[in-house]
Design a protein around this ligand. Structure first.
Ligand code: BJW
Ligand code: ZN
Length: 253
């Protein structure tokens, strides 16, 4: 079902759910003013994600890749969780278990108060040396000229994010697969659903029998497997869902 309003069946499913899985992408943070990847903003006009977010691009032109990451680090550092992030943290009071599986690297789910967050594509606030693995905080590296180098071995320092052609962190991916398998309701929020293997997670939830709900202003390839696709913004629809669920829990359906 594709709809612009929240159907009653979603509340019925949430009321009887034990585990709610939530898969999020860049659109989740759009209302925190962090540009999405495949929208029409900023550097993405000039470069496709595939052209900058890969190891070869970094080795060929570390200055350019660092210019892009340092500007994004600044945007993300200054960003705040939006009402959608806070609504997901609030949902923990209304159902037994809420597990966030995010492709985002911006830390905003944790900052909003969500307690279980699996990060599939890393975290932009961390950095490490490609030669010796030493970790560095942003404070240390951003105060130096870019691209930063390791104080221990002189190797190049990179952001701790997953680039194209790289493996996802195995523990985070396995935990996400398990969460998808045991979800009764599974949300896919603000993602184009085209980057694999992350995009396989909603499919795993589907085959395990979860009720799949997508929130996105546009349909995506994932819309083909959803029970409901609600066309709209996560920062508007999620607070509405938690508000209505709270009042249904108090007054009944
Ligand atoms: C709103 C909204 C609002 C707007 N409210 N919604 C199988 C088939 C085909 C290809 C592959 C495959 N398996 C692997 C591949 C290759 C590749 C891949 O998937 N390529 C495809 C693009 C074709 N995958 C990989 O390389 C992965 N690794 C891998 O497979 O390892 C195995 C391997 C190892 C060695 C050799 C070979 C294989 C790694 C993928 C890493 C992705 N990394 C990035 C960058 C992270 C770091 C950084 O941030 O810089 O992750 S790319 C970028 O895309 C980022 C995102 O997490 C990811 C997904 O994007 P997302 O979040 O969906 O954003 P958008 O912009 O696409 O969509 C936003 C959506 O929001 C839109 O739908 C809007 O409508 C919506 N929206 N406002 C709600 N207010
Ligand atoms: Zn080093």
């Amino acid at each position: 079902m594709i709809t612009e309003t929240i159907p009653q069946i979603l509340y019925e499913k949430l009321l009887s759910a034990r585990t709610v899985g939530v898969f999020t992408g860049a659109g989740m943070s759009a209302e925190s003013n962090i540009p999405t990847f495949r929208g029409n903003e900023g550097l993405w006009k000039k470069f496709k994600p595939e052209e900058l977010a890969n190891f070869d691009a970094f080795m060929k032109n570390p200055e350019l890749v660092w210019e892009w990451y340092s500007s994004r680090k600044k945007i993300i550092h200054g960003a705040k969780p939006n009402p959608g992030h806070f609504a997901l943290a609030e949902l923990e009071k209304l159902v037994d278990e809420v597990i966030i599986i995010t492709q985002n690297i911006d830390n905003l789910h944790r900052r909003a108060g969500s307690s279980i967050v699996h990060e599939l594509h890393g975290n932009i606030e961390r950095n490490y040396c490609i030669k010796c693995g030493e970790h560095f905080t942003d404070d240390v590296i951003l105060s130096n000229p870019l691209p930063p180098t390791c104080t221990k071995c002189g190797g190049l320092v990179r952001p701790d994010v997953v680039w194209f052609g790289e493996y996802l962190p195995q523990d985070e991916f396995s935990a996400s697969e398990n969460a998808a398998r045991r979800s009764d309701v599974f949300f896919s929020l603000g993602t184009s659903g085209i980057v694999y293997p992350a995009a396989s997670i909603p499919h795993i939830a589907k085959y395990a029998g979860a009720f799949i709900v997508e929130i996105n202003p546009e349909t995506t390839p994932l819309s083909e497997i959803t029970d409901i696709t609600i066309l709209g913004k996560s920062g508007i629809l999620l607070p509405e869902i938690t508000k209505n669920l709270t009042s249904i829990k108090h007054k009944g359906l």
